[in-house]
Design a protein. Structure first.
Length: 219
């Protein structure tokens, strides 16, 4: 049987799951199958600690009950990543920040709501990725705007990125800090002439790469 990748959307918006899945498939090599799951008990979007807490039980239930070789938690807050006992589960937030950190240059995360900033700052500390992290900034663009008003949200995101770079000219890489921003990195790179990390692509690459690395025993 070929390896199977499960993509879990911790929020309850199925349209977002479909778009995330379509983006993930673009970066999935041949020979790996994929399926997606939406958390039926999750909030419509996850913006901050309260939404993450609401989404956590359903996310963990999906990870526990579903068969997979690899799994992505498709929320930049990495809802359930530290709580799950399953192996080869990857959070798009950790994967994207790690990818930026490994480039060896100053980077920043551009996320959605101000409510998300403290969650992501705490995650970055847990992951040990703060030494090159300049800041985590909210774009003040709602998560679901990237589904319902995508063209407008993209323009506003690029404008927010410009302001971020103006305030911090030392930044060399921007991490897109929301699953809804997946697929927007290429245009932003062209507009800003900076490296931009797509969290969905980063997580797929990290997950697939793990297939060649032995998983440590829990015993």
């Amino acid at each position: 049987m070929p390896p199977h990748l499960l993509v879990v959307n911790p929020n309850g918006t199925a349209e977002m799951t479909d778009r995330i899945g379509a983006e993930a498939r673009q970066h999935l090599p041949a020979g790996i199958t994929m399926s997606t799951r939406t958390n039926p008990s999750g909030p419509p979007s996850i913006q901050g600690a309260a939404d993450g807490a609401e989404a956590l039980p359903g996310t963990l239930r999906i990870l526990q009950e579903t068969t997979f070789d690899l799994a992505l938690i498709a929320c930049f807050d990495d809802t359930g990543l530290t709580e799950t006992t399953r192996q080869r589960v990857f959070g798009i937030g950790q994967a994207a920040m790690q990818t930026a950190h490994d480039l060896g240059q100053p980077f920043a995360v551009l996320t959605t709501s101000e409510l998300s900033v403290p969650v992501l700052e705490a995650n970055a500390k847990v992951y040990g990725l703060t030494d090159r992290l300049i800041c985590i900034r909210a774009s003040t663009i709602a998560v679901l705007d990237f589904e319902q008003q995508r063209e407008s949200a993209n323009k506003r995101l690029i404008a927010a990125a410009r302001r971020l770079v103006e305030d911090h000219p030392e930044i060399r890489t921007i991490v897109l800090g929301c699953a809804g921003m997946g697929g927007l990195a290429v245009e932003m790179e062209q507009q800003l002439n900076l490296q931009v990390i797509d969290p969905i692509k980063a997580a797929v690459v990290k997950a697939v790469t793990s297939l060649t690395v032995p998983t440590p025993s829990l015993h």
